[in-house]
Ligand binder design. Structure first.
Ligand code: SF4
Ligand code: SF4
Ligand code: SF4
Length: 472
């Protein structure tokens, strides 16, 4: 029985009022009867703390638009309308729903609810064209969440031996490669922006609490947080041990060798001489696990095969922020499947760990990308959403940040990140429970437990239509 892992979530209110989907107003006809506070399960309506006879201003950002309070108000004093500011959040990939759902999870640590049922979409682009098959359900899925049965979300990172050799005494004679056990299939990736010292500190503390890891740009780290924390000891040794320095070839020479000696894992950017860089790092610390960061581009399958045969233990495949691959425009779920299948065909899939990142925006995306063949994922923007980022992109134009990310209190930020990972993990447990799986390792590459819109469409319509519109 694996050791039980649990993420303690705590209500951590936002510093700024979040942008909600609805604006709800209480008109002058209100008689303070309190009926709306009783019927709204999202606690939008409350009485004033200072005078319980009067209703307080509605906490509009929590409203899910279920219309219960509107229908129940005896004076028709409530009005509701869509918030225009909400529709301007994010972009076509990082939609307002994705951003606000992540805010909710960072605040409460709870699984999001959609109010009056899930209204779709039931197909679409990217991850929306893939559904998880829950038909194995044999018991309430919440058994996994409430601990009545243990479902493991732990993954192993590192190279696995293709075959173990034993000596004449029956002892293992093959050299055992180093491996890491991470209790959640999620690590923290480098941030596309917003890399302030306090943000990094919150991320590192959360990674340490959760038992996961955080990739940091080694050069940037030593210019900022790293230099400071080495100086005033802000970061405990345990937290430092959860960092994965990301090193490029030019920065490897002159890099702090002492840090490499203590690292459990190092990430190197792929280039033609990456194998000699791996040897160099291994010479300094043979116990460290080395991940090679490879862009999802054309012919990536062959490159991953070559690196695996060369003995690379971990490959981190990354797409752009929206999950699009470089070169031929494909989505990460398709490219992950291509790479996974290619390795399976060459019978070397178990020899390498695949980390996949780019466009992982919600808990379901973690499950889906693992279904497609990843061992684990690396996330970026959702960590910033946990700290209230609105993805307004103002900081890219060197404009002021509406939520003052640089002023985030690291303790507050740590709990918000813990909350979001706690909520994501619970959703992963629900998916695994509904599939009848006891561990996330068994989800890897299980495409038969997924339904792909393209396949269904082909299966359904290929026999009905032929080109020219003639029906068979
Ligand atoms: S139900 Fe209507 S009248 Fe009663 S407190 Fe709410 S808004 Fe006021
Ligand atoms: S519409 Fe529904 S969610 Fe919104 S305030 Fe009224 S009862 Fe609450
Ligand atoms: S400026 Fe906008 S995108 Fe940048 S960190 Fe602040 S909220 Fe996020």
């Amino acid at each position: 029985m694996p050791k039980k892992y649990n993420v303690e979530v705590t209500l951590t209110p936002p510093r700024y009022i979040p942008i909600g989907k609805f604006e709800i107003e209480r008109g002058e006809d209100c008689i303070n009867c309190g009926r709306c506070a009783i019927v709204c399960i999202y606690e939008v309506h409350k009485r004033q703390d200072e005078d319980l006879r009067c209703m307080a201003e509605p906490v509009a950002y929590r409203c899910k638009g279920c219309f219960c309070c509107i229908q129940e108000c005896p004076r028709a004093a409530l009005s509701i309308k869509e918030n225009e500011e909400y529709s301007r959040l994010g972009d076509s990939y990082w939609t307002p729903e994705i951003i606000s759902t992540n805010w909710y999870q960072a605040e409460t640590g709870k699984i999001p609810v959609s109010g009056a049922g899930y209204r779709g979409p039931f197909s679409g682009e990217g991850f929306d064209s893939m559904w998880t098959d829950m038909s194995e359900i044999v018991r309430p899925t919440r058994d996994g969440i409430h601990g009545r049965e243990y479902i493991s979300t732990a993954v192993d990172v590192g190279r696995k031996l293709p075959a173990i050799k034993f000596d004449s005494q029956g002892l293992i004679a093959s050299p055992i490669p180093p491996t890491l056990n991470i209790p959640v299939p999620i690590i923290f990736d480098r941030l596309p922006f917003g890399g302030f010292e306090n943000v990094y500190e919150a991320m590192a503390k959360a990674a340490s609490y959760l038992g996961t890891f955080m990739i940091v740009d080694a050069e940037e780290w030593f210019k900022g947080v790293g230099r400071k924390e080495m100086g005033d000891g802000r970061m405990a040794k345990g937290e430092r041990s959860h960092l994965i320095p990301y090193i490029t070839q030019p920065t490897l020479h002159g890099f702090d060798v002492d840090w490499i000696k203590t690292c459990k894992m190092v990430e190197l950017e792929y280039d033609e001489v990456v194998l000699s860089a791996i040897n160099e790092v291994k010479r300094i610390n043979p116990k460290t696990i080395i991940s090679v960061r490879v862009p999802f581009g054309d012919n990536v399958e062959e490159l991953v095969e070559e690196l695996t045969y060369a003995g690379v233990e971990v490959i981190h495949l990354y797409a752009d922020l929206n999950g699009q691959t470089f070169g031929k425009s494909l989505f990460i779920k398709d490219m992950t499947q291509n790479v996974h299948r290619h390795l399976v065909e060459h019978k070397i899939r178990d020899e390498v760990t695949l980390i996949v990142s780019g466009g992982i925006a919600m808990a379901e995306h973690v499950a889906k990308v693992i279904l497609c063949g990843a061992d684990l994922t690396a996330i970026d923007l959702p960590l910033l959403f946990a700290l209230e980022c609105r993805y307004c992109k103002e900081c890219r134009e060197v404009l002021s940040c509406p939520v003052e990310l640089k002023d985030v209190n690291p303790q507050w930020g740590t709990q918000r990140i813990i909350n979001i990972i706690g909520a994501w993990r619970n959703q992963l447990l629900e998916i695994l429970g509904a599939m009848g799986l006891r561990e996330v390792r068994r989800l890897r590459g299980e495409v038969r437990r997924a339904i792909f819109f393209d396949d269904i469409e082909k299966e359904t319509f290929d026999n009905v239509f032929v080109w020219g519109g003639v029906i068979r």
